[in-house]
Design a protein around this ligand. Structure first.
Ligand code: ADP
Ligand code: MG
Length: 677
């Protein structure tokens, strides 16, 4: 049984208590037949009027009963002679079952029933509480789960499951205490609001969700408190290098970039480690802000690591950083998983000896054997692809155990406020809420696959006008090799249909060098039309590209579409995006493409994405467990989040011993990283 229960995450008595029913039956009271509605499950007590075995399509036993408020048919397909005799005219029967619409009147098919003896009390033996139904797994019966929860609830009185939330704060929320909440959700009293219980919005549920959210927030806050007890290098140079870099740029910073840069410079100017998340919509110019921050660290004599989630994006940063820093006499190092052993060894050595002051790369940067001479700033781009664990691995690359690098995390996924409060409670947040001047919003249309020919004509015309075009092939499968095949097919077709134009192909199976060569060729306008897989999703920057076609757009999430579309609209030309779809569209698909047509605002899109797909998908952090809760649900429980931060802050300020206890209770030992560090 233990092995079976493990499949639903139930190991301890406490797990039993936090494993909540998803529905209930009401066997606590008698319902009047006259008030029954189809679909309802109810107990009734009524007198047998007539009982008969009929043979139409199927031989069945029909028993018509009446309780003075109305009649109901009991229908049995499997029955024996003794049952037929039981339903004697005038007998009282008590039944429980689901009410259905029958041919002449409401009926119950195969109800549970009992024929009452003369003078018996019809209410005798009714339940005292609603009957719970638990999410279960093969081989575990509801009766087992009920027995287990009975035992766990009985043990509650004496158990160590004490209420850990501050009573004063809880009084204000008017939610029940922990024990009451658990008793209500597992064994609701007869008058409980079943609808609210099933939707998870009953005060009892909310009490549990609140506690869970508080625990998660505390876990992240502890991470932060811990980080801040350590030292970080003081980065407060004269700012000459940053000044030179700024004046070498071909543009001036937007107000928002300036403001965010100032936040970063201030953070790094104190010996407390910076923990800052920079949010900025695609194209808002995060990279240059990161480079300016890097200049500060380098001028102070520290190393900088810049990490990106994919090779192609790392390459992009490598190009930008080299272009910016090399004229200033600063060499930029390169470290990814795809380096050959010898190259890798010498790259690692250059980093360890401090010969490289800035290193760009992928997650290979935080492998165990990579040691920095004196890492002062770690920049992590497109953070939603990384988990908390990876964030922490870089933290541990500081010069010694008591020194942490400053951390700058950049994300193009605009995180709705509610989600940010929960998922990034360990970070300060700055927002680049302004696009560089001259950007025109991308015009977006959705077009049925059947008009493919027309779209290809349009691509040809655009190229003749001197524009460059992306054609993005997507598949449901994440598999890069299947995507690559689809892209190869499209490449062949389009080359044939657009013979006068230069068509290129880039996908994840190409060697990094080849990929880079193609991207460079596209950037240099040697390629007019680039067929690509979603590898171009993040970061790639070709300002002259002003038309994007996305195949199978209906299959992609909103945030991903927004990222892709962000590859165009970067220059001064009016850009457009064509979302191709396979008809017929589902309602959800219609809604998603509709949103893409209506808005270019990454925040609005993220909010929608959150409500359509859920937090785990939006953050891309399912694997971190961050957005996964046992009871709470983002979206449904958002209005609790203000109380959540109040309560968490209060507990932390008071140095309450309950902080650790809450983290242990809800996050557990196996995820110690969050709370135990
Ligand atoms: P993202 O925030 O999506 O990473 P990038 O950093 O790639 O955006 O910047 C997008 C483009 O905008 C790049 O070509 C970059 O050089 C350019 N850019 C950045 N800041 C400015 C600015 N203040 N004015 C004009 N162009 C800018
Ligand atoms: Mg970027």
């Amino acid at each position: 049984m233990a092995a079976k229960l493990a499949a639903i995450g139930v190991y301890t008595l406490q797990d039993v208590l936090f494993h909540l029913p998803f529905r209930y039956q009401d066997r606590t009271r008698l319902s009047q037949i006259g008030r029954l509605v189809p679909g309802q499950e109810a107990v009734i007590c009524a007198e047998v009027l007539i009982s008969d075995v009929v043979i139409r399509q199927r031989r069945s036993l029909l028993v018509r009963v009446n309780d003075g408020t109305g009649s109901l048919m009991l229908r049995f397909f499997h029955f024996n002679q003794q049952q037929v005799k039981q339903f004697e005219r005038g007998r009282q029967v008590r039944c429980f079952g689901e009410v259905r619409r029958g041919p002449g009147m409401l009926e119950m098919v195969h109800p549970e029933y009992r024929v009452l003896s003369d003078g018996a009390d019809p209410a005798d033996g009714l339940d005292n509480t609603l009957t719970p139904f638990y999410p279960t797994t093969e081989g575990v019966q509801q009766t087992t789960l009920r027995r287990l929860s009975d035992q766990a609830l009985a043990a509650l009185d004496a158990s160590a499951l004490v209420d850990l939330l501050p009573p004063e704060a809880m009084r204000q929320t008017q939610l029940p205490d922990l024990e009451t909440a658990l008793r209500i959700v597992h064994r609701p009293p007869p008058n409980a609001d079943v609808q609210a219980l099933m939707e998870g919005i009953h005060p009892a549920h909310r009490r549990l969700a609140l506690e869970e959210l508080v625990a998660h927030r505390l876990g992240l806050r502890l991470l932060r408190v811990n980080a801040q007890q350590q030292h970080a290098p003081l980065i407060r140079p004269a700012g000459e290098l940053m000044g030179s870099l700024r004046s070498s740029l071909q543009f001036s910073l937007t107000g928002a970039q300036d403001r965010v840069l100032l936040d970063i410079v201030n953070d790094m100017g104190t010996p407390e480690p910076m923990l800052r998340l920079v949010q900025g919509d695609v194209g808002s110019g995060k990279t240059v802000v990161a480079a300016l921050a890097a200049a500060q660290a380098v001028e102070s004599g520290y190393q900088v690591a810049m990490m990106a989630p994919t090779e192609i994006l790392a390459e992009q940063h490598m190009l930008n950083f080299s272009e910016w820093f090399e004229p200033l006499g600063i060499n930029v190092g390169w470290l990814t998983g795809k380096l050959r052993t010898a190259q890798r060894r010498s790259a690692i050595e250059a980093v360890a000896m401090g010969r490289e002051r800035i290193v760009v790369g992928t997650h290979a940067l935080f492998q165990k054997d990579v040691e920095f001479e004196n890492l002062g700033l770690a920049i992590i781009d497109e953070q939603h692809r990384f988990g908390v664990h990876q964030r922490m691995a870089l933290r541990n690359k500081g010069a010694d155990k008591n020194t942490l690098p400053h951390q700058l995390i950049m994300t193009a996924t605009p995180i709705p406020r509610t989600l940010a409060m929960t998922a990034y409670a360990d970070l300060d947040v700055s927002i680049i809420d302004e696009l560089p001047p001259g950007r025109k919003p991308v015009t977006t249309v959705a077009i049925d696959n059947s008009r493919r020919g027309e779209i290809i004509d349009r691509v040809g015309t655009a190229i003749d006008e001197g524009r460059q075009v992306y054609w993005v092939c997507t598949l449901i499968e994440e598999s890069e090799s299947l995507q690559a095949e689809a892209a190869e097919d499209a490449y062949a077709t389009l080359q044939e249909m657009l013979p006068r134009h230069k068509v290129g192909l880039v996908h994840g199976r190409l060697k990094p060098r080849d990929k880079e060569a193609i991207m460079q060729a596209f950037k240099a306008k040697e390629i007019d039309l680039l067929i690509a897989t979603t590898v171009i999703e993040v970061g790639v920057d070709v300002p002259n590209a002003s038309l994007m076609i996305i195949e199978n757009a209906e299959r992609l999430g909103l945030s991903q579409l927004h990222q892709l579309r962000g590859r165009v609209g970067r220059g001064s030309a009016q850009s457009s995006c064509i979302l191709m779809f396979q008809a017929p569209l589902s309602n959800n698909g219609k809604e998603r493409l509709g949103i893409m047509r209506e808005t270019n605002d990454g925040f609005a899109i993220a909010e929608k994405d959150l409500s359509l797909r859920g937090a785990g998908e939006v953050l891309g952090t399912r694997q971190t467990g961050l957005a996964e809760f046992k009871i709470a649900q983002l979206g449904r429980d958002d209005d609790l989040l203000d109380d959540v931060s109040d309560i968490a802050d209060r507990l932390l300020e008071g140095n309450s011993p309950n902080v650790q206890a809450l983290v242990r209770r809800w996050i557990g030992e196996e995820k110690k990283d969050y709370g135990g560090v």
